[in-house]
Design a protein around this ligand. Structure first.
Ligand SMILES: [Zn+2]
Length: 401
């Protein structure tokens, strides 16, 4: 099936171009022509277009915690999250996943990386089908029409060797080999990218990390790291090294690997990380909500580290908010503007997606005549638009929202 979309103004990956016609064949971009006026055989998508936004770190069920105002810090929030995690079953997991994925699509996300760790029954025993909670996520993504990268997370310890406690037994397979056996039994449906995650240096030791990375070989592999100063402190006490140094020493780095947060990475961490081709996924709205701190993203970008963005706890689902906070947090921390250029914010927000032949036909358009966006120059839309300004969402060549 062939469709031709006319885009009056579009970010193609390098710059904004006018009057662009994107021809789509079987869900993929066949050609991109610049400077072509709208024609009767084309579908016009009004507004300013972008490649679809990519949400590189999500836990769908955290959506149930949105707006629950707590007092304390990350660790008190985690207790609330554990309470919610203890109550979900495969049906309610599917329902909250579908609702959250629908919200992402409406906000302009065309793809999501789900960091999935809620595997077993509340008492830790596997379900009859040990991957039924994983199936729930794949079903929900198919229903919402969002592209899914599913990361099955290995979680074995409550912290540096301590056994899982309470609801944490739902996350654990007991051993890294049992984790690998369970995930090897899951066959992803067509269109789902299947990868792995190491929950953190708290939950998985270096030997166990090796089992996960061997299984993951060639697939995406993500890991939470240095979100909280307490994690760095405990890791230094236990290993005599920072969490990032522990991961690097265990060989958990490279083009398939993403470190999530890295908020408390130090200068030596950044120096060692640069050159490994490892990505860092920043989650600004969650890091703000959980009082995590402001990560050294300017130093990372300067060191050539690729950055992506994620909605993580779903405190907010809005790719524009994530993109602008990458720069705005640096303004607060440095007293200067311009750490991250607009092009770099968009690249982080789309995961580097480009509208070019051979790429998936995932396109998002943004209204330029809303109360928020009227009169805003196209290069400033990242600082003015919200998820409510998303007008059309095309995934795989089909208008889904
Ligand atoms: Zn997370």
């Amino acid at each position: 099936m062939v469709n031709r979309y006319h885009l009056s103004e579009v970010w193609t990956g390098d710059a904004f171009e006018r009057d662009v016609v994107v021809t789509v064949r079987d869900g993929m971009i066949d050609s991109v022509e610049v400077g072509v006026p709208p024609g009767s055989e084309m579908v016009a998508l009004p507004g300013v277009a972008f490649p679809g936004f990519h949400n590189d770190h999500s836990h769908v069920f955290h959506r149930l915690l949105r707006g629950h105002v707590g007092k304390g810090d990350f660790w008190t929030w985690r207790e609330e999250m554990y309470r919610v995690a203890s109550e979900l079953d495969p049906d309610s997991h599917r329902e909250i996943a579908a609702a959250t994925f629908h919200e992402m699509v409406a906000a302009g996300y065309t793809s999501v990386t789900e960091f999935h760790y809620l595997h077993h029954r509340p008492d830790g025993r596997p379900y009859d089908d040990p991957n039924v909670m994983t199936d729930a996520l794949a079903d929900a993504a198919a229903e919402a029409g969002i592209r899914l990268t599913l990361l099955d997370t290995c979680y074995l310890s409550a912290g540096f060797g301590r056994p899982p406690q309470g609801v944490q037994v739902r996350f654990s397979d007991g051993t890294a080999d049992a984790w690998a056996e369970r995930v090897s039994a899951w066959k992803p449906p067509d269109g789902v990218t299947f990868g792995a995650a190491i929950h953190s240096v708290r939950a998985v030791n270096p030997r166990q990390m090796g089992v996960v990375s061997d299984w993951a070989a060639g697939r995406p592999l993500h890991v939470h790291v240095s979100e909280q100063p307490a994690e760095n402190k405990e890791c230094l006490n236990h290993y005599g090294r920072t969490p990032i140094q522990v991961l690097l020493d265990a060989g958990i780095s490279g083009p398939e690997v993403t470190y999530v947060h890295a908020t408390h990475a130090n200068k030596a961490d950044i120096t060692q990380l640069s050159g490994t081709a490892t990505t860092v996924c920043v989650c600004p709205t969650t890091e703000r909500w959980l009082a995590d701190g402001i990560g050294p993203t300017g130093a990372m970008a300067e060191a050539g580290i690729r950055l992506t963005l994620g909605s993580d706890s779903q405190a907010v689902i809005d790719p524009f908010e994530e993109m602008r906070l990458l720069e705005l947090h640096q303004r607060l921390a440095s007293g200067k503007t311009g750490t991250h250029a607009v092009a770099d914010l968009i690249t982080a927000g789309t995961g580097g997606a480009r509208l070019e032949p051979g790429a998936p036909a995932d396109i998002v358009t943004v209204s330029t005549d809303s109360p928020r966006t009227a009169g805003v120059p196209v290069e400033g839309l990242v600082f003015a638009a919200t998820a409510a300004d998303v007008r059309s969402v095309v995934i795989g060549g089909t208008v889904v929202s």
